[in-house]
Design a protein around this ligand. Sequence first.
Ligand code: ATP
Ligand code: MG
Length: 558
Amino acid sequence: MEETNISRDFIREIIDADIASGKHSEIVTRFPPEPNGYLHIGHAKSICTNFGIAAEFAGRCNLRFDDTNPVKEDIEYVEAIENDVKWLGFKWDTLHFASDYFDRMYMLAEQLISKGLAYVCDLSPEDTRAYRGTLTKPGRNSPFRNRSVEENLELFRRMKDGEFAEGSRTLRAKIDMTSPTMCLRDPHMYRILHKDHHRTGSKWCIYPMYDFAHCLEDSTEGITHSICTLEFEVNRPLYNWYLEKLDIFRSRQIEFARLNLSYTVLSKRFLRKLVEEGFVNGWDDPRMPTISGLRRRGVPAAAIRSFCSIIGLAKRNSTVDIALFEHSIREKLNKTAPRAMSVLNPVKLVIENYPEDRTEHFDYVVNPEDESAGTRATPFTKELYIERDDFMEDPPRKFFRMGPGREVRLRYAYLVTCTGVIKDEDGNITEIRCTYDPDTKGGNAPDGRRVKGTLHWVSAAHSFPAEVRLYDRLFNKENPMDNEDGVDFTSHLNPGSLSTVTNCMVEDHMKNNEPGYVCQFERKGYFSIDPDSTPEKMVFNRTITLRDSWKKLHGKKK
Ligand code: ATP
Ligand code: MG
């Protein structure tokens, strides 16, 4: 893959050292999503890091579904996540489900009980909270803390057998209720949940808590470096405590800063709200920062990978300017996207002195950045469409496009001079008239006269009307989550994030392409064919415009 010059960030330095010291001979990482939503570009950062590191060190990376919470999870998400990881260009070594380890987790929990390091607690959730203390006040021991090993084992088995009501009992680790590290104040290991699980069905009615489960999952798979986001830093002592007390393989947890992007939200919980409350049209709405949304919008996987590599790994949380992501998208598409001419807001242009029955073909350069893309024969006829806003009836001097009496270049074709317009009874221009200079074939005048404006066009007889969806940022606030104004993040949604344009004129050859195809419409941006397309009506998404605000502000950044 393309990211070869990766600098030695702090995680890679740790791994370098672990290899140098002989601690590990093979590096094993994992990407552990909870199947409770679709992946977003923040997850892509984690995916690129975990899979990237495994590849660089000739190690392995697993895909593991962290499906320990039966309430919010679903098989739909499992399939979508697998699909997204593959589409991003990565192959996992083995696929795992945390739920496959439920038996082993239960067994290890019993081991902790037998060692006197875990107990069944009957405190209500409210009392548990009260006993826990605060950051400034130590907690108090639960009155159930000194149950005998035998009693704990029996009660835990009865919990598993479904004898107790939800919430009536928990299994807790016996650590230290006065610890300044809050997560060590006898954390919960298991809770009772009389809920079916999407994989284990009704087998279990107790489910492990994240902190207990995750380290065991890592250890069971022999994960050498368990890379996660910063919010888990406070739980690291507990992660290590479980592995140490159980005396099983010690994975090492390393935290990095999660990716935040301006003008969007990267959290499944909030993205789900947008989907469920109909603010967007599903998880794969092209405005969503989800992998499936970006894919549908036309963003190439390579652009996502290169963006993740450019931003690198940080130890402190910050927000990345979405303009940098857009810059990565343009950089990739500029090199790979075939060009085409399409007119988004068409007005007819009639060449008065061009023969009615003539069709010429011009060699259209498919991609100036990629010679191997070759040329395409583009038909030219008497009746064309051009952009309505490429014409002004009374243009200022600096307007280099079309106006009465002015000469412009039709890309690859001829120089034409406007002779007038035809209007309907309401005064709207229905047709622009012009004449062409037959000596300017290809677009250059033999006498060397200079013509500044170059317009794109399509032949009326060789184009068809299509729908184009134009997108803008999903939120009009840079950080929609900061909540300083006390209003819900949805009130910062950009009402203009989607505008639909119908009857755009697109060259006929576009009909040969499938949904997912991405091209550049000259002067208008990069576009992808949307899966909503039918043989009767094609739909295009604008992936992104051509103007690069990042490049303008920051110069050429690699
Ligand atoms: P969300 O907050 O969006 O629900 P999550 O952390 O709950 O995300 P998980 O499915 O648990 O989602 O995450 C899988 C992996 O992806 C975890 O290792 C998590 O740390 C990582 N991850 C999630 N969001 C980001 C992000 N914004 N940047 C980097 N890594 C992330
Ligand atoms: Mg999570």
